[in-house]
Design a protein around this ligand. Structure first.
Ligand SMILES: [Zn+2]
Length: 210
């Protein structure tokens, strides 16, 4: 599916401008920041850094060009009545906090109990990535992943657990290393049925390579 169709599908999908005139404006802004911190933006090592930063930002924030609803659109119904939990464990992701634009490095556990329809397992990882590659807070990232799976697949339930280290905690402010934050969102049978929740949490606590 091409970009134009994706854009038509959802007005929330925005486009990062590839316009070169705009790029030169942003490069100038990065040069101003370098000057402000006490650097010489014209020295050899920094001359190409603004354009590298633009490419890095296009990668860090590629999620604004991806539509998670669209990613989940293609489902399979020939499951022979499979109605047990599906879990994708320890999906690695990189995000950036919206308060400091500092990295959030973590893993997500995404589970659902299907209601006739299942989705290709890689799509769950792509949904995590589509939301992670935006300016985020971990709570919202967790809720967005669970909500979109709930809305599009209409499963019996969804569980999402995210564990992540926040570099704005370790490299600035309180300078706290070695902590991570855990958030979860449970919907449907994951919220209502303690057995389902327990089954999911035991998968979350098991090692990924087991
Ligand atoms: Zn932060």
């Amino acid at each position: 599916m091409n970009d134009v169709v994706q854009l038509a599908h959802s007005s929330r999908v925005s486009r990062m401008n590839d316009d070169t005139a705009e790029h030169s404006d942003i490069e100038k802004t990065f040069r101003d920041v370098f000057r402000w911190i006490g650097e010489d933006p014209d020295r050899d090592g920094l001359r190409d850094t603004p354009s590298r930063l633009i490419r890095a930002y296009q990668e860090y924030f590629a999620g604004y060009r991806q539509d998670p609803e669209h990613i989940l659109q293609k489902t399979f119904e020939e499951t022979d009545g499979y109605d047990e939990m599906v879990v994708l464990r320890g999906i690695p992701f990189e995000s950036h906090c919206e308060h400091h634009v500092a990295p959030i490095i973590g893993r997500a556990w995404v589970a659902y109990v299907p209601n006739r329809r299942v989705v290709g397992i890689s799509k769950l990882a792509r949904v995590v990535e589509a939301y992670a590659r935006r300016l985020q807070i971990q709570e919202r990232l967790t809720a967005q992943v669970a909500n979109v799976i709930d809305q599009v697949l209409k499963p019996q339930g969804v569980g999402v657990v995210i564990k992540a280290a926040h570099h704005c905690m370790s490299s600035r402010g309180v300078h706290m290393h070695g902590t991570d934050m855990v958030t979860s969102r449970m919907l449907g049978c994951f919220r209502d049925n303690p057995m389902t929740r327990q089954e999911f949490m035991s998968v979350v606590h098991s090692k990924v390579d087991e």
